[in-house]
Design a protein around this ligand. Sequence first.
Ligand SMILES: Cc1cc2nc3c(=O)[nH]c(=O)nc-3n(C[C@H](O)[C@H](O)[C@H](O)COP(=O)(O)OP(=O)(O)OC[C@H]3O[C@@H](n4cnc5c(N)ncnc54)[C@H](O)[C@@H]3O)c2cc1C
Length: 401
Amino acid sequence: MNARARKRILIAGGGIGGLTLALALLRRGFEVEVYEQAQALREVGAGLHVSSNGMLVLAALGVADRAMALAATPRRREIRLWNTGQSWTTFDPGAEANATYGHPHVTMYRPDLLEILAQAVQDAAPTAIRLGRTVVGCTQDASGAVLHFTDGNQARGDVLVGADGIHSVIRRALHGADDATFTGLAVWRGVIPADRLPDDLVRPVAANWIGPGRHVVQYPVRRGELINFGGVVERDDWHSESWTTPGTHADMYRDFTGWHADIRTLIGAIEQPFVWALKLRRPLTQWSRGRITLLGDACHPTLPFLAQGAVMAIEDAFVLARALEVYGSDVVSALRAYEAARQERTARIVEGSAANTRRFHNPALADPSGAQAYVEREFAEPRLRERFDWIYRYDASTVPV
Ligand SMILES: Cc1cc2nc3c(=O)[nH]c(=O)nc-3n(C[C@H](O)[C@H](O)[C@H](O)COP(=O)(O)OP(=O)(O)OC[C@H]3O[C@@H](n4cnc5c(N)ncnc54)[C@H](O)[C@@H]3O)c2cc1C
């Protein structure tokens, strides 16, 4: 057994970021233990975009084919106006992604992606994922890092990674309480079986409906069998950040009063809508301490308006695994190199996502003539390329560490 194989990496959290890291490390011969609080691996029933920069990592890990088999590949992206439904086709990484960025841009049902990652981890190391293990803290000394669990037990490894999401216990242990502030935005989500909708609402298109003070994303997932709905509204009376709090149809309809009939049809077809508040956190200036670091939402939670939160966790995971391989037994330098490689990019995503709130909810969208000029300016191809090219072009497999 070589030195690298003997390194044991502990991962707190078995979400998209934690499982991608586990897989990337197992592929490099590390010993991995993932501690997940849930009794069964599960994801919120919602969709997400996996852009080319994320598919590149899934391909490098050998799971892109499985992802493609379950994904949807929207043929184009549309901006649609909230009240008239007028549509504009925008710069379209959907159709062009392979040619331009070398990998497709897909939309997936989150539980499908988690299942693919979990299966690949289990195939490589059947006992790596430990369920029902809630982390309450961590400590470290000169030779290792220790995870502490609610039942008083501990696990010891060479490196510890907090991949425990937006309310990260590991982040709090390293850096203290965060500075979450409510954005004044609430998100509605629902997933709709396509066979419950009229044909014109199940097109292979990723639509972004924009209007004053609110917007809606609508796109197919799971080979087009499900339609994802995400609606963001400015309202100051909703403060729960849980992704699993149910809402009511009546409340949801009220939030989209005056919106196009398609939106109201989609709302009516959602079996159970969920609603949560979006909060903003300043990106941390330092992620790691000694042998302990963070990835994904644990260190750079973002508003979802560039559709890059999960993809950033996927990129983090791959770059971190590469750094641990490159630096061998000097794990502290490995964590520093990982952080240096990832900090600027992820902070830029956090800032760009927040800036999109103003873009999607602009008052100029209130009337169709103002909207026409606004959309033609803000969503013109050169401006979109400037906003997205640097995101989709990134290669986590070659970026220097
Ligand atoms: C509305 C919305 C839409 C989005 N759309 C997109 C999109 O299109 N594309 C995209 O890339 N991203 C999208 N995102 C962002 C993305 O969902 C997150 O950034 C991503 O899930 C982060 O992954 P993670 O692994 O860091 O954290 P999580 O997915 O939150 O995983 C954390 C894991 O840690 C576990 N855990 C937490 N605490 C403990 C503990 N104490 N002990 C043990 N285990 C613990 C949790 O149970 C969970 O399994 C969206 C987010 C939202 C809210």
